[in-house]
Design a protein around this ligand. Structure first.
Ligand code: DP6
Length: 366
């Protein structure tokens, strides 16, 4: 993994054996990232834009401690010790090596993380997990990186994670450079720019996804002749989306987000082998949102789907009751497991020592 930051610190600056705990939230992309121009550095073909969820609605809490007492890194996720020999986990965890070299330390890390939402169900758990990990480690290692610098490191663990280093509405700039230094996240609208916005996370399945995003993206880039038009189309739509958001225009942002979600899923469908994340309930939800908009005579809500069948349905306070009434039928039929509503939230923050999830036992060799 390449070292993108030369920061002059010494081991003496690192807080060894002291626990740092942070919380951060996932984000939902309205204009999506799907396809890398560099797999190792995680550089996307197109820029993307997202909203960071509020910590009260969806969050990851991570405690980290750097120590010379451990021979290897140790990672617990949701109470389960993770195998860091696993290629995917190791690749993502390598963000810690970037931070360690920046801090000029070889101390190992004990990381304990808990997601307050289902992991691997298309609800961007890797995004908040990696963003929160980078944020907590930056504090523990006293590196003093700012959010933009942390976003460059988080990006290398998981692309969408870079957007979770900021609150509000966030753009991940694709950048052009081959070394990735211009591919970072930045906040484009503050959390309170448009406080009426609400996102309803509609969970229809908690199953692990069939095709990991990483693999799916590679197949799309390598096999899909339609991929050529995606980059331009997404960049163009991102500008339009930002304009609508600037005007606080729900019809505009909803129309752009639905078009972008549909474009990405059409691209997935036409990949070889075909990748399909949506299920029949996802399609019924799309029908229901469109029907609601038709009945209103204007667009009052928009849907978007990531790499999974769960929907995000965005609206504004004024129409939230209509959206919930529409979703009630789905709940009654049992086709929706639960709905979580979130406003636009903040970026990661440090928590007090009382939130530590680390205990002495976890440091004992076994
Ligand atoms: C559909 O960020 O999970 O959610 O960079 O390979 O870790 P990697 O992929 P990841 O992909 C997210 C894809 C998406 C769209 C988005 O969030 O922009």
């Amino acid at each position: 993994m390449n070292l993108q930051y030369e920061v002059i610190t010494a081991d003496a600056m690192v807080h060894l054996d002291r626990v740092f705990t942070a919380e951060g939230s996932p984000n939902i992309a309205f204009i999506k990232y799907w396809g890398k121009r560099n797999d190792k550095l995680v550089l996307p073909y197109n820029s993307s834009i997202s909203m960071t969820f509020a910590h009260e609605a969806m969050r990851t809490v991570t405690s980290i401690l750097f120590t010379k007492k451990l021979k290897n890194d140790v990672f617990y996720l949701d109470g389960q010790k993770q195998n860091l020999e696993n290629k995917d986990t190791a690749e993502r965890f390598a963000v810690l090596d970037i931070l360690r070299s920046a801090a000029k330390t070889e101390a190992k890390a004990l990381v304990v993380s808990k997601n307050y939402f289902p992991t691997a169900s298309g609800l961007a758990s890797s995004a908040s997990g990696i963003a929160t990990l980078v944020f907590a480690a930056n504090a523990a290692l006293e590196i003093g990186l700012n959010e933009k610098e942390m976003s460059i490191i988080a990006r290398q663990g998981s692309g969408s994670a870079c957007r979770s280093l900021f609150g509000g509405i966030v753009v991940w700039k694709a950048g052009k450079r081959t070394d990735g230094k211009d591919s970072f996240a930045l906040q484009v609208f503050e959390r309170d720019y448009w406080p009426e916005i609400v996102d309803n996370i509609v969970v229809v399945s908690q199953d692990k996804k069939k095709t990991p995003s990483r693999l799916g993206m590679r197949q799309t880039v390598n096999t899909n002749p339609l991929f050529g038009v995606r980059t331009l189309s997404a960049e163009r739509r991102l500008k339009l989306f930002k304009e609508s958001y600037r005007r606080r225009d729900i019809s505009g942002i909803a129309a752009h987000m639905m078009a972008d979600s549909n474009e990405m899923h059409a691209l997935m469908l036409s990949t070889v082998p075909s990748i399909r994340y949506l299920n029949p309930i996802s399609y019924s939800l799309m029908d229901a949102v469109e029907e609601l908009n038709e009945n209103e005579g204007k667009i009052i809500a928009g849907y978007t789907f990531d790499a999974g069948p769960n929907a995000n349905i965005v609206t504004v306070n004024k129409y939230q009751k209509k959206v919930m009434d529409m979703l009630k039928q789905f709940k009654e039929k049992g086709s929706v497991i639960y709905i979580k509503t979130s406003r636009v939230g903040d970026g990661p923050k440090l928590l007090g020592a009382e939130y530590s999830m680390i205990n002495e036992d976890m440091l004992r060799p076994r």
